[in-house]
Design a protein around this ligand. Structure first.
Ligand SMILES: [Zn+2]
Length: 292
């Protein structure tokens, strides 16, 4: 059985087709258009191109009503409560599954990547903000539908303003956006998060310090999540995860000091294996597992 997975991000619509061995056999991408109706057109186009007649999974960046197949709200998209599933299912004539992009990425890492074999896995993606997908007991944990908005956990009540209108949210301290800002201030106006990671790996002291500091803040938030969820594996995604141990060692150090840590096995803290394709791969996995 094959399936198509599509990940609609703020910049790109990425799509993959998974073969019967759950390997990526084809991929494509398009720039993300602005209007939801145009996004639906683009998803239809890439799905028809990669796998006509195959079940389709769709990951959306924002609050998603999984059962209704709707995008409830997204910071970078106009409109609210947009039904993605009905028009796509009608036009393509296939079953369609819709979920939050962080959930899709976590599903991919759990089934095919860094979280294989885990009983309770958290995936944290450092993008524009912080996304979390939780696979608890092997299933995506959604709460009433919108669990995992951990980027807005308050870390510092006197901290910087967050895009959400509050102060000192976790994602004001560590996110892909922060790595981008650090890259520009340390390396120059055109530098990106990937360049900061590269410079740090090559020994640039300022870049190493920036990544270490971000790792300390990553650890502060993860400590809370470990106390709440007691996961066995934590997967870190986003371009900054390419820094590997430089970013993750501060996390491992802090978690080894978390309450009760001496009496239970530490969660493994590992970088994403599937990288920027995790969302699209997970969407295809969801289509295989859920589509009816
Ligand atoms: Zn916030």
């Amino acid at each position: 059985m094959s399936a198509v997975g599509v990940d609609v991000g703020g910049t790109f619509v990425k799509a993959v087709r998974l073969g019967s061995g759950r390997e990526v056999v084809a991929r494509t991408r398009r720039p993300t258009p602005e209007a939801p109706s145009e996004i639906i057109d683009v998803v239809e186009e890439v799905a028809a191109e990669l796998g006509p007649g195959l079940p389709l999974g769709l990951g959306l960046a924002g609050l998603v009503d999984h059962d209704a197949g709707q995008l409830v709200w997204a910071p970078h998209l106009p409109g609210t409560s947009v039904d993605f599933r009905t028009p796509l299912a009608e036009r393509l004539g296939v079953p369609v599954v819709v979920d939050n992009d962080a959930n899709m990425a976590a599903l991919a890492e759990h089934r095919l990547g860094a979280g294989q074999g885990s009983d309770h896995m958290l995936m944290i993606t450092l993008g524009t903000g912080i996304g979390m997908g939780a696979i608890l007991g092997g299933q995506i944990y959604r709460g009433r539908g919108h669990a995992g908005e951990v980027g807005h956990i308050t870390i510092d009540t006197n901290g910087d303003a967050c895009a959400c209108g509050r102060k000192g949210c976790w994602e004001t301290k560590v996110s892909g956006t922060r790595f981008g800002n650090d890259a520009r201030s340390i390396l120059g106006p055109d530098a990106r998060a990937e360049d900061l990671v590269q410079a740090a790996l090559e020994g640039n002291e300022e870049a190493r310090e920036a990544i270490n500091d971000a790792g300390e803040w990553l650890a502060v938030g993860l400590e809370t999540l470990v106390l709440v969820f007691d996961p066995d594996v934590i997967v870190i995604g986003g371009a900054a995860a390419g820094a590997g141990d430089l970013l993750l060692d501060p996390v491992r150090r802090r978690l080894s000091e978390t309450e009760g840590a001496g009496h239970r096995p530490l969660a493994k803290v590992v970088p994403s294996v599937l990288g920027p394709e995790a969302g699209a791969v997970g969407a295809a996995v969801a289509a295989l597992e859920e589509a009816r």
